[in-house]
Design a protein. Structure first.
Length: 612
């Protein structure tokens, strides 16, 4: 179904509550977006809806307004512990944002209460808060909500509280499934009543979303809202007022170009996307030093308690830079974002579209720029064909200066910065290897030397991808990196303590090894001395009897051959045998006598042969 109605709120085929109209006027929302004009009447007429609309199209109001209207129409007033509406969303930032919108509307409806259940907070505090105040509207992330259902031991019976549920909303449903929440969603759905209104909202309709539609919605009305005013509106997936650019740069120049661009747009509000949490930690620290008089903040999925505060602070800023991962790519509404910069292309193409959607929201103008390496330029064609997302090449950025030496100086001055750079490099290469467009983004094509220079590394890290390779062009620092200290004195004190412990351990190991070596050497020398004594004794004592007998037998055989050939007479033969026997008699008289007997017998046999 498609509906492009774009009129005032009074033009809706259903009448809105006066307090809702008053809030809309206060928010200066004078006209509906297509998704709002289509979904609100259906929801209010008790229809399940499965809506697909491009990011930034106003989906939040499309379910918040009818949700409140349906709660107002209840015959029985909701009690303190009865949950009438449940909104599930993939990230805590999006949940926080939706909660703020709901809170704005509830100012004119004091009979309703709401609670926000998200990660990064103490679950016990959430349990106590719910038990004390209850909630008619719950905005939650799947993991925390599932946990609340399982906390019967803490005196919380969520299963009984949702028996009166009227409305379930699954926002960013495709992202919910992409992030692996399918099992949690199935668990949550098993607790909810079948008689309810359900709204499923997503930017893309995937096979997984279709399964969720069939499992959670009853005969839903399917809604697909297209962009208005775009020549190719039936295919384009990005907002019509978005100017989408790309630039091609070498890896060693990439960060320099980013810094130059941000310096030229320092009075605007910019999002900078990186591929990994480690890259966000590293480059945000560098940007905070390099770009003066600008509020530079960072946010990623591994942050626990800080994320909500950082997100709220950045939303309130008029200008600034937010360095982030894809945790900020979906559904987040940050007012007046001028530029979305994708320093690293995302691991999948759909995330590219969602990143761009953080600007040009609700009919506003916006800009996006992706940085590509020379070998990645074919990604532009891929996006145009696969994601229906055309890009235009940006003219070269001016006034680019080399800031990498300053980043190296930062690493030399603080071990924390040095270690951040090493982790960022490793994580970036690993993320690159997992890119779904593996024909374009190939690790084997990376110039590791240029990439390391672009990260301003002091030395190359040890990692499987670099094993067995040499990098003669990489210029590493002459300074021993083990001597770089933490600026944080407590961390440095702890490091020195650990180094001393490690050194002492090595000394102990070395001492034990030395003792073992000494013992081995002593045993070896003793064995060699024994061998030498045995050899000397053998030399002094002369050859063994058996060996002497063998030698004499050989000599006698030679004499016998001479006798047979007539070279010596029998008399000479007997004289030599007798002479040898006498000389050996002193050493072994028994052997000599036996040999004389043996050879006398040989002589007689030989004489017999000659006579015959």
């Amino acid at each position: 179904m498609s509906n492009t109605t774009d009129g005032t709120w009074d033009s809706l085929p259903v009448k809105l509550n006066d307090n809702i109209l008053r809030t809309l006027k206060e928010l200066n929302f004078t006209h509906m977006t297509p998704v709002q004009a289509t979904c609100i009447p259906l929801f209010m007429r008790n229809k399940d809806v499965a809506a697909e609309a491009v990011t930034g199209s106003g989906k939040t109001l499309a379910f918040v307004i009818p949700m409140i209207e349906l709660l107002l129409k209840r015959e029985d007033k909701l009690k303190k512990m009865q949950v009438g509406a449940l909104i599930i969303t993939p990230t805590r930032e999006l949940a926080l944002q939706i909660s703020e919108v709901v809170e704005t509307f509830l100012k004119n409806f004091p009979q309703f209460t709401q609670i926000l259940l998200i990660g990064g907070t103490n679950p016990i505090e959430d349990v106590e808060k719910f038990k004390a105040h209850g909630a008619n509207i719950v905005v939650a992330t799947p993991g925390r909500l599932e946990d609340m259902f399982r906390r019967k031991g803490d005196g919380l019976d969520m299963a009984s509280y949702v028996k009166s549920l009227d409305v379930l909303v699954l926002d960013e449903a495709d992202r919910l499934l992409d992030m692996g929440f399918e099992a949690s969603l199935n668990t949550i759905l098993s607790y909810l009543p079948k008689q309810r209104r359900t709204g499923l909202f997503s930017a893309t309709q995937t096979q997984e979303v279709e399964k969720l539609v069939r499992a959670g919605l009853r005969n839903p009305v399917r809604i697909t809202v297209k962009e208005k005013g775009v020549a190719d509106s039936h295919t384009q997936k990005t907002p019509s007022r978005l100017a989408n650019y790309y630039t091609v740069c070498r890896p060693e120049e990439k960060f320099n170009i980013l810094v130059a661009f941000l310096r030229q747009h320092k009075h605007e509000k910019n999002l900078v996307f990186f591929s990994t949490c480690a890259c966000v930690d590293y480059y945000s620290r560098a940007l905070q030093t390099l770009i003066k008089k600008v509020d530079v903040q960072c946010i990623h999925g591994k942050m626990k308690n800080k994320r909500n505060k950082i997100f709220s602070n950045f939303r309130s800023l008029k200008s600034g830079i937010l360095v982030c991962t894809d945790v900020m790519a979906r559904g987040i509404d940050i007012p007046e974002v001028n530029w979305v910069l994708q320093y690293d292309p995302p691991s999948n193409a759909s995330a590219f579209v969602h990143r761009c959607g953080r600007t040009a929201r609700i009919g506003n103008q916006g800009n996006a720029l992706v940085f590509l390496l020379p070998m990645e330029e074919s990604y532009v064609s891929f996006l145009s064909i696969n994601q229906k997302c055309p890009l235009q090449k940006m003219s070269p950025i001016s006034d680019v200066v080399d800031v990498l030496p300053k980043v190296k100086t930062m690493a030399l001055a603080d071990r924390d910065m040095f270690e951040r750079g090493m982790r960022a490099f490793v994580s970036n290469v690993q993320a690159y290897a997992k890119h779904e467009c593996s024909l374009i983004f190939r690790v084997k094509d990376l110039d590791f030397t240029a990439l390391a220079h672009g990260f301003a590394l002091l030395r190359l890290p040890k990692m499987p991808e670099l094993r067995g390779k040499t990098f003669p062009d990489f210029i590493r620092t002459d300074i021993d990196t083990d001597t770089i200290k933490y600026k944080d004195k407590n961390r440095e004190k702890q490091r020195q303590k650990m180094m001393k412990e490690q050194k002492d351990k090595m000394k102990t190991v070395s001492s034990k090894t030395f003792v073992k070596h000494q013992a081995w050497s002593k045993q070896k020398n003793k064995t060699e001395r024994r061998k030498k004594k045995a050899a000397k004794r053998k030399h002094d004592e002369g050859p063994d009897v058996d060996e002497e007998e063998m030698n004499e037998l050989l000599n006698d055989t030679r004499l016998l051959k001479k006798l047979k050939k007539g070279q010596i007479t029998g008399e000479d033969f007997e004289k030599q045998i007798t002479s040898r026997s006498k000389s050996k008699a002193k050493q072994n008289s028994q052997v000599a006598a036996q040999m004389k007997t043996n050879f006398t017998q040989i002589l007689s046999e030989s004489t017999f042969i000659f006579e015959n």
